[in-house]
Design a protein around this ligand. Structure first.
Ligand code: HEM
Length: 323
């Protein structure tokens, strides 16, 4: 085993490998100082909990990323804040809306085994106890060759190699928070009957890739852009600004629930926000992303993911009077 592979379990590893299972857990923290103290202790020691569970099967590649919402961040570390961190602002297009929903902490737990995710979440919520209430808990799973429940391969255009950290991790532009990341989550519910009523060619035009072999299609002629084009953002100098997505399907067939949990990490929060604006309002306005005609966003929350040293240092921050 190579030295770098010795302990494939880690906390705050935004670029942890795409996994077979994931849990997306969003919680709210109680208003009292005792709740804040508990949260401070548990999240600053999250790496130990990852080791406790992950070491039992290193091949299970357990990882956990903790994200902290703006309101909780200001309670945990008053006086210094990552420059772009703010509460998710809802977006209303002519037809579709991206709601903003509450959440103080996000735990993005990934592993090759569902039992590792389950055990980690069990011990985590046990430690947090009455300090938190669960806002949303979603168990995601890998669906064949990384497809979403619309049947398309999802994640292909993710940055790799050197592009990955430069797209997903904050750098010198906000030196106190270098190595951190912004993350946006949205839980989407699909109308699969409506989607499956489309022909494969119509579905491919919505996504911008071929369904069977995932080959990218040329950009559409005319104003209605494909999802992949609406989600392509370029910077001032014309270069593409990628984000890191680790979407996962979820659902319960028995009650007709079919969904995609969207999770996007970025060095620049505005890039994800611009993607969302183009999807919901349309580019040009009025031509919204047709993926939304069969996908309803039921949550929307933004978090900051500190690097592990910054997360650990939260244990030593001075609490604000009154907590
Ligand atoms: C591309 C599915 C929501 C950002 C794609 C692709 C699929 C897909 C199948 C093409 C393959 C790939 O490159 O991954 C979905 C589904 C969604 C969803 C099912 C929810 C219902 C979002 C949201 C964002 C986003 C909310 C951003 C805010 C992107 C980006 C690409 C992409 C950046 C790559 C574009 C490129 O450079 O080619 N998505 N997506 N997606 N999506 Fe989504």
């Amino acid at each position: 085993m190579a030295q770098g592979d010795r302990v494939p379990i880690d906390a705050q590893q935004v670029d942890a490998p795409l996994s077979t299972y994931a849990v997306f857990l969003v919680v709210e923290v109680g208003d009292d100082p005792a709740a804040l103290a508990t949260v401070r202790e548990v999240v600053s020691g999250i790496d130990d909990l990852v080791k406790t569970v992950g070491f039992r099967d290193l091949g299970g590649r357990l990882s956990c990323v903790v994200g902290i919402g703006r309101t909780l961040w200001d309670r945990l570390a008053p006086g210094r804040r990552p420059t772009e961190l703010h509460v998710f602002a809802p977006i209303s297009g002519d037809v579709h809306t991206a709601p903003s929903t509450p959440g103080d902490l996000l735990f993005h737990v990934r592993a090759e085994r569902q039992d590792l995710c389950f055990e980690f979440e069990r011990l985590l919520l046990d430690a947090l106890g009455e300090a938190v209430t669960v806002a949303d808990e979603t168990y995601g799973f890998r669906y064949f060759d990384a497809r979403d429940l619309l049947g398309f391969v999802d994640g292909t255009a993710n940055p790799i190699g050197a592009e990955l950290p430069s797209a997903s991790l904050i750098g010198d532009e906000d030196a106190d928070f270098a190595g951190g990341s912004y993350v946006v989550v949205q839980k989407y519910l699909h109308d699969l009957a409506a989607w499956n009523a489309l022909t494969t060619e119509q579905q491919e035009a919505v996504i911008g890739r071929r369904k069977a072999d995932d080959v990218e299609l040329d950009d559409a002629e005319g104003p209605q852009l494909a999802h992949k084009t609406l989600a392509t953002i370029t910077g001032d100098d014309g270069e593409e600004l990628a984000i890191l997505r680790d979407n996962m399907p979820f659902g319960r067939v028995g009650i007709g629930e079919f969904g995609t949990y969207f999770i996007g990490y970025s060095r620049r929060l505005w890039v994800i926000e611009r993607m969302l604006h183009r999807m919901f309002v349309g580019q040009p306005p009025g031509y919204h992303d047709r993926i939304l005609d069969v996908s309803t966003a039921v949550t929307g929350t933004t978090f900051f993911v500190p690097s592990n040293p910054v997360l650990q240092a939260l244990a030593d921050e001075e609490p604000r009077p009154g907590g």
